[in-house]
Write a protein that binds this ligand. Structure first.
Ligand SMILES: [Zn+2]
Length: 249
């Protein structure tokens, strides 16, 4: 069966002489792996469409749950990312997170594709920095994938404002200073009002307003570390692409 779908190349791996296996985030089928045979032969018009992070239209041959790429043509090539090692390394990490948290059967992969494409565009044009995009993507993706933290208020007394709210990565909830005794040995990270406001925005804002907030670089770095800690506690997993990203900083 032939299907046509738009999608983003998340990962490529050579197999054998001239064959490649691709991991794609498609709008129709979510995250899939697909083979391309004899890439040299079919690369005319297809070469750039199969580069990392390119957004392309794919015609796929599907046999049960196996896919092979018949043709591909690029919709959007993010040249401004490819030429910047820091942006490439961040995009690689975001891709690995997407593969890990891929939309399940029955979920709409479009929101995932839209989030990733918007982040790639912001990175490419430099409208938002690497420091800004990283925690935004991490927290938003986690929320979309079923790991939404509860940032409305203290999980015990409901207090929602003030300087003394802390975030608990293991439960994804908040505790105020008065209720901190409930934390019982869990890691609790105290949030500044600005950091909490930014986290709430990232989690709860509609997609069209998602990129409309500002935070100083120092606070973005803290947010980035909080997001990583949250992911680590929730998924119990480390990412090699993230380790590489850190070596660049
Ligand atoms: Zn409380």
């Amino acid at each position: 069966m032939l299907i046509s779908t738009d999608g983003i190349v998340l990962k490529t791996k050579p197999v054998g002489n001239d064959d490649h296996v691709y991991t794609l985030l498609t709008r129709e089928k979510g995250v899939i792996t697909a083979f391309a045979r004899n890439r040299q032969k079919i690369s005319r018009g297809m070469g750039s469409a199969l580069e990392l992070f390119t957004y392309s239209n794919f015609v796929l041959f599907q046999s049960k749950d196996r896919y092979s790429i018949n043709t591909a043509s690029s919709n959007k090539i993010f040249f401004g990312i490819r030429s910047d090692i820091e942006k490439v390394s961040l995009a690689s990490y975001l891709s690995e997170l997407l593969i890990e948290l891929a939309p399940e059967e029955g979920e709409d992969p479009n929101d995932y594709a839209r989030l990733f494409l918007n982040c790639l565009s912001m990175l490419e044009t430099g409208k938002r920095s690497v420091l800004f995009i990283k925690p935004l993507f991490e927290l938003r993706l986690m929320a979309m994938a079923g790991y939404m933290p509860d940032l409305l208020g203290c999980s015990v007394c409901g207090k929602s404002e003030g300087k003394s709210l802390s975030f608990l990565p293991s439960s994804g909830s908040l505790l105020c200073q008065d209720c901190m005794a409930q934390a019982t040995g869990q890691l609790a990270i105290q949030l500044s009002p600005g950091e909490l406001a930014a986290m709430r925005h990232i989690i709860y804002a509609p997609m069209e307003k998602l990129f409309s907030f500002a935070l100083p670089d120092e606070a973005l770095k803290r947010l980035s570390s909080i997001a990583e800690t949250y992911i680590y506690h929730q998924l119990d997993k480390t990412f090699t692409t993230l380790e590489f990203y850190h070596t660049l900083l």
